[in-house]
Write a protein that binds this ligand. Structure first.
Ligand SMILES: Nc1nc2c(c(=O)[nH]1)N[C@H]1C(S)=C(S)[C@@H](COP(=O)(O)OP(=O)(O)OC[C@H]3O[C@@H](n4cnc5c(=O)[nH]c(N)nc54)[C@H](O)[C@@H]3O)O[C@H]1N2
Ligand SMILES: Nc1nc2c(c(=O)[nH]1)N[C@H]1C(S)=C(S)[C@@H](COP(=O)(O)OP(=O)(O)OC[C@H]3O[C@@H](n4cnc5c(=O)[nH]c(N)nc54)[C@H](O)[C@@H]3O)O[C@H]1N2
Ligand code: SF4
Ligand SMILES: [Mo]
Length: 670
């Protein structure tokens, strides 16, 4: 059969949501390329998606429903029919609902698929049931809360605006892995003689792309921001006019800066005082500096406060409103595109559900806090055993004989291994949906290109079956994916109000459009000013706050890998072979003090667990810090323990977010 090209969109948790051109013969995907018409990526896609067809047609895919026959976690399953699977799930749930109530059922999804319908449709089903309501703050919620505390609903810079910036501060983002499409702007800027400064705890990937790398002790970025503002005040470099007229609380805040000298910050951050002062001067003298803020610095007990302080720093030169000036990396949108509530249906819930924070799954499953035990755990679009903190606790919970676990997955992940019933899930090219991008002002739709492989079903179609079996008669549960997408497009929200007929045509046919950039000169806050002081917060006046830290001498941070995306792409031999073993990066002095040689096996340990890694010694990790690259799976380990076994459940100050970078360990040769 002749092949042809169809447009689609990358479904993964990545800021760009790149447009893709998939070549197909109508049955299989033959190849995938970047779509040159995509308004942000312009055809540039990462190595992971260049062979998406290898994932879609992987021999490792789960293609039929299965039932556990071995012990929990052993991974022995036998096939079953969808009918039997759905009947058994509905039967078990009906019994639990009768005996223990809906708050004994815990659904979990995170970011396996980022399109609106397939990601969020389970909310409607579990709202109807009254099940636990998961607080999904596994990623950047502290950053979101901190930014919003200062900027309200003001959109940040779209990365396409970075071409106009005059100076770049890449602050805790491994852009080479996670923001590939913004890298050309940095490279071009340097060619034009503009400076790029990196503030990192581990600069292994980004060091070579920057003019200067400043290594910072993890969790202390707030101290650096405060000291930079101190220098700018002392040396009359702050834009006082902007600060007085366009922000709230400036005068009172300024008075709090006195103790935050560069010498004080040197003690906190490990950065020499003169480097801090030099950076403050350079930043202040740039007409339109841009801070490109990653999520790393916010994944701490003080992560919300750190983000507030960095966002306030972005006001200090008055750069907002000047082309390219301000801050990039938070929410760039000029308002929502579609009405999520049409998908999540909060109206289906009769009374507020039991709230379970995603970072506290271990406690919920083990009942270690004395709360009512969870009787059933339903996982889709997530891999908590690999990607959520406190791995040992999660495994202990999953081994409970009285826990009924259902996992809807594409591969035999570390979580799927613990399922009682395993349901086969589809890939994005086998389903229809709308896509927002969290890093750019774009919006798109993608239609199904090929039929689902084997007996796999999309999240939407799976919840339709489960709803029927549970006797949920609402019209919502009878609709098709295509009808839901029509419904979403028929109720456009603010972000889609100013688009042309031609753009509507693109969306109807499947494609991506660029939407208006936010107006960074007019602040969408109640007072119309940036909020240095925010009376709605417990900590109304920003200040330096310490992170959680811990009793061990080395701080442990996570650096995303260019070969995987959290635990996604572990199925791909071509990617995992390039990536190598589970490595832990250490500074030469920390390695020497422990007699650790490059490439040797080491054990990292703390009060929670011991995890084995291969040591990589590098001077571009901050002293006193160790960095683990990305998420792996149990096949890379002897005893199945991954880096998340070393992470506590503790939450951030605001945003109730993960503090995955805020743990300490020691390391010894093994
Ligand atoms: N290839 C690839 N792409 C991805 C992902 C992936 O795993 N692989 N993950 C996706 C997801 S889910 C997300 S949320 C985004 C994340 O993308 P970003 O928000 O841009 O953040 P990261 O690139 O994760 O970078 C975090 C960086 O913070 C650094 N860091 C940690 N602690 C500190 C600190 O205290 N101070 C400073 N200054 N730096 C610190 C780490 O060394 C790391 O380099 O990327 C997405 N894209
Ligand atoms: N140590 C460490 N831990 C981390 C991070 C880190 O950098 N280091 N990153 C953190 C971040 S930023 C995030 S966002 C989280 C991510 O946390 P999760 O979203 O829980 O984890 P992923 O590893 O992305 O797993 C997503 C799973 O969804 C499945 N999936 C994909 N599409 C579909 C679908 O359409 N339907 C169904 N049913 N399943 C689907 C995939 O096969 C995959 O197994 O991890 C966090 N954990
Ligand atoms: S993973 Fe990220 S960079 Fe790669 S194609 Fe998807 S959206 Fe683009
Ligand atoms: Mo994330």
């Amino acid at each position: 059969m002749a092949s042809y090209i169809r447009k689609t969109i990358c479904p993964y948790d990545c800021p760009t949501s790149c447009g893709l051109l998939a070549e197909t013969d109508g049955i299989r995907i033959l190849g995938v390329k970047g779509d040159p018409d995509h308004p942000a990526a312009k055809g540039l896609i990462c190595r992971k998606m260049r062979h998406y067809e290898k994932s879609v047609h992987s021999p490792e895919r789960i293609l039929i429903p299965m039932k556990r026959v071995g012990a929990k976690g052993e991974g022995r399953f036998v096939p079953m029919t969808w009918d039997d699977a759905v009947k058994e799930i509905a039967g078990r749930w009906s019994r639990i609902l009768e005996e223990d109530g809906a708050d004994a059922i815990l659904p979990m999804y995170y970011s396996g698929v980022m399109s609106v319908l397939q990601r969020k449709c389970g909310d409607a089903f579990f709202n109807r049931m009254g099940a636990c309501d998961m607080v999904r703050t596994l990623c950047s919620s502290a950053k979101g809360a901190g930014y919003e505390a200062v900027m309200g609903q003001t959109g940040c810079l779209d990365p396409r605006e970075l071409k106009d910036s005059s100076f770049y501060l890449v602050w805790g983002s491994n852009m080479k892995a996670t923001r590939l499409q913004s890298m050309p702007a940095l490279i071009q800027a340097r060619r034009q003689g503009k400076r790029v400064v990196l503030i990192e705890s581990c600069a292994a990937d980004m060091d070579v792309y920057c003019d200067q790398t400043i290594l910072i002790r993890p969790g202390t970025d707030g101290a650096l921001a405060l000291a930079m503002m101190h220098v700018m005040e002392e040396e009359n470099l702050a834009d006082r006019d902007f600060l007085a007229h366009r922000t709230n609380g400036y005068e009172a805040f300024r008075k709090t800066l006195a103790p935050y000298t560069s010498a004080w910050a040197e003690e906190e951050t490990g950065i020499p005082a003169e480097v801090i002062a030099g950076l403050a001067r350079e930043y202040a003298s740039a007409p339109a500096p841009a801070i490109i803020l990653g999520s790393g610095p916010s994944r701490y007990g003080n992560g919300g406060m750190t983000t507030r302080l960095i966002t306030i720093l972005s006001a200090y030169t008055g750069a907002w409103g000047r082309p390219g000036g301000g801050l990039c990396g938070c929410n760039p949108g000029a308002g929502p595109y579609v009405d999520d509530r049409l998908v999540t249906r909060p109206d289906f819930r009769k009374k507020p559900g039991r709230r379970v924070n995603i970072n506290e799954i271990a406690s919920a499953l083990t009942g270690s806090r004395g709360e009512k035990p969870i009787r059933s755990f339903y996982v889709y679009g997530g891999n908590p055993v690999a990607s959520v903190c406190c791995q040992k606790g999660i495994l202990e919970g999953l081994l409970r004989p009285d826990l009924f676990t259902v996992v809807h997955e594409r591969f035999m992940t570390d979580t799927a291994m613990y399922a009682d019933i395993l349901l086969p899930a589809t890939f994005s090219v086998e389903q229809t949906d709308v896509y927002t991008a969290y890093g750019y002002c774009t919006f798109g739709t993608a239609r199904k290109i090929v039929e689902p492989a084997g007996q796999s079903k999309s999240n939407w179609n799976t919840f339709r079956l489960l709803a029927r079996a549970m006797g949920y008669g609402e019209e919502y549960f009878k609709r098709t994916e295509e009808e839901m997408v029509e419904e979403l497009l028929a109720h456009p929200m603010e972000g889609l109000t100013r688009i042309s007929e031609k753009e509507w045509r693109i969306l109807r046919e499947g494609g991506v459009i660029s939407t208006a950039f936010a107006d960074h000169g007019s602040f969408r806050t109640p007072s119309g000013k940036m909020m240095i002081y925010n009376e709605n917060l417990e900590e109304a006046m920003p200040r330096y706050m310490k992170s959680h830290g811990g009793a061990y001498p080395l701080r442990l941070v996570a650096v995303p890998s260019a070969y995987t995306l959290n635990s996604v792409f572990m199925d791909r031999e071509d990617l995992s072979s390039g990536r190598g073993p589970m490595t832990l990066m250490l500074h030469p002095r920390d390695a020497a003090a422990r007699k650790i040689a490059d490439g040797s096996h080491v054990t990292a340990f703390n009060e929670l667990a011991k995890v084995e890694f291969t040591a990589k010694i590098t001077p571009v990790v901050a002293e006193g810090t160790v960095a683990a690259g990305g998420v792996y799976n149990r096949t890379f380990t002897k005893d199945g323990l991954l880096v998340n076994a070393l992470h506590h459940e503790r939450l951030s100050d605001i945003g109730a977010a993960t503090t995955l970078n805020d743990n300490t360990v020691d390391v010894r040769p093994c």
